[in-house]
Design a binder for this molecule. Structure first.
Ligand code: AMP
Length: 287
């Protein structure tokens, strides 16, 4: 029997689609993400991409419909599945958060004892209150939990928050985060045993792409006597490379730095004697 290609299930709708497709493309995978396509063939890697509902991914990977999947950590935890998690991906960050009406006096989860909490994240919410020893009445809603207090359905809600603007619009105030979520790469347990080395290479490929995004490669020239001062300024991944130049007494320094430090480093490097500073993107970074 010929084995079918490995499948990676990713969201077909919603907020995780764009960053997921960007990550896969950034990792160098070439595929078409047509609007209505269910499956896309990756042209340069032995992999098919399955576009499915974010909510179905944990189940599809658990059942082996797909060997790999990208979804929210909250959905994995909510499902209770023991699906192996290969690595978190640093986007789709949000927190499952308890919120109360602005004009209420509740300050912490403990203040909600004996009250009603509406949520569509039943399992994580119940677990949190159970483990905290706080008795509440957890009321299931299928979505839009944020309107429940105004409708008189509940005294508080538990919902996913990233910027918090939906809560503000609905007159709610967050009081406690009960679960921190981000996108995660998950695998079917049996497939992981069979395809371990391929999965490792996919994890390395995605990790290298994510690591490269956050860093820049800096190159600069300087008089040799400034080397120590410049090295002290550069908080590199490793110590910077110092390379002698054809001009006597001059060196080139190369270093990898965090992207968000670049603009604060530049004036310090210049005043320490660096010139001809180049800031280059990094294609992939494998520590
Ligand atoms: P969607 O398909 O857009 O409903 O995606 C829902 C998933 O996106 C959630 O399960 C979370 O993992 C993630 N997410 C990230 N930020 C938020 C947010 N502010 N609200 C809801 N989900 C979020």
């Amino acid at each position: 029997m010929t084995q079918r290609r490995l499948r990676l299930a990713i969201p077909n709708k919603g907020r995780l689609v764009e960053p997921t497709v960007n990550l896969l493309r950034g990792a160098g995978l070439v595929f078409e993400a047509g609007d209505r396509a269910l499956v896309a063939r990756v042209q340069n890697f032995d992999l098919d991409i399955l576009f499915v509902r974010t909510n179905d991914i944990v189940e599809f990977v658990g059942d082996g419909v797909a060997e790999l999947g990208i979804t929210g950590l909250d959905l994995v935890a909510e499902s209770g599945a023991t699906t192996p998690q290969l690595r978190t991906l640093g986007y789709g960050r949000c927190g499952l958060t308890i919120a109360v009406p602005n004009d209420s006096t509740y300050q912490s989860a403990a203040d909600l004892s004996g009250l009603r909490v509406a949520t569509s994240h039943m399992s994580l919410t119940k677990r949190f209150f159970r483990e905290s020893g706080i008795k509440v009445d957890v009321i299931p809603v299928s979505g839009a939990a944020e309107v429940a207090p105004r409708l008189g359905l509940a005294d508080a809600i538990v919902d996913l928050v990233s910027t918090g603007s939906t809560m503000v619009v609905n007159g709610l105030r967050p009081i406690e985060e009960i679960f921190a979520s981000e996108a995660v790469l998950i695998a079917n347990a049996e497939a992981q045993r069979v395809h371990g080395p391929v999965f490792d290479s996919i994890v390395t490929m995605l990790g290298a792409t994510l690591a490269a995004r956050d860093r820049k490669y800096l190159m600069m020239n300087a008089p040799v006597e400034k080397a120590a001062e410049l090295e002290a300024i550069l908080p590199g991944l490793e110590s910077p490379s110092v390379i002698p130049l054809a001009h006597d007494g001059m060196i080139a320094i190369h270093a990898v730095v965090e992207s968000d430090q670049v603009w604060s480093l530049l004036p310090r490097l210049k005043s320490a004697g660096a010139s001809g500073i180049l800031i280059l993107p990094i294609e992939k970074l494998v520590p």
